[in-house]
Design a protein around this ligand. Structure first.
Ligand code: COA
Length: 171
């Protein structure tokens, strides 16, 4: 296999992606609050956009970890999703997504969900392809960037334990 071309590192801010939605009755569950599955779909979508913005290649979701629902979201509220690439390895990118809900009458905003997802860039043959590195430019970005290698190692460990030849769920 030949050496992969060097691609210049890009700032985290380059991948920052934002989406705002209004919560309608059809988006809610039987408690009258937003259905978690719908929110997960939005998170996956905005995180994929951030990953593609970073690498300019097609990507697939490899995994989502630590999706924390911190407070319920009510019908009629607006939600704002923000996602950006925090760290890269070879072909994989960690994307952090934060969701804030907003009461449009009072202006009150609150943090409702945070999530880390991993996306993998694919080449024309559909195989994992190298992505540019990413670098932080402020303290908040630096905290996420500097802690990412540890999360990557935990995901690798979990993957190995769950899908090794002797321990996989379908073995
Ligand atoms: C993700 C996928 C491309 C990985 O392919 P693979 O043949 O296992 O490739 P590799 O083992 O070489 O791993 C490639 C990269 O993916 C990462 N990866 C693979 N599975 C992962 C997982 N479950 N969680 C996090 N990262 C993962 C590896 O760490 C590696 O990262 P690196 O290149 O930065 O070191 C493949 O498993 C796949 O296509 N999965 C289905 C994706 C999908 O359909 N998503 C939903 C719709 S978008």
């Amino acid at each position: 296999m030949g050496a992969e071309p060097e691609v210049q590192a890009r700032p985290i801010a380059n991948s920052r992606s934002v989406m705002t939605e209004m919560v309608f009755p059809g988006d809610t569950n039987h408690h009258g609050t937003m259905f978690g599955g719908t929110l997960m779909q939005y998170i996956d979508k905005i995180a994929a956009i951030a990953a593609m913005r970073h690498c300019n290649m097609p990507v697939v979701t490899a995994s989502t970890d630590s999706l924390d629902f911190l407070s319920p979201i009510k019908v009629g509220e607006a939600i704002e999703l923000e996602a950006f690439v925090t760290w890269t390895h070879r072909s994989s990118m960690e994307v952090y997504c934060v969701v804030r809900a907003e009461n449009l009458f009072t202006g009150e905003k609150r943090l409702t969900v945070t999530a880390f997802s991993t996306f993998v860039a694919l080449n024309e043959q559909g195989r994992p392809a190298a992505v540019p590195a990413v670098y932080p430019e402020n303290d908040a970005e630096r905290a996420l960037h500097d802690s990412a290698a540890e999360r990557f190692a935990l995901r690798q460990k979990r993957r190995k334990q769950r899908y090794s030849s002797t321990e996989g769920p379908d073995k």
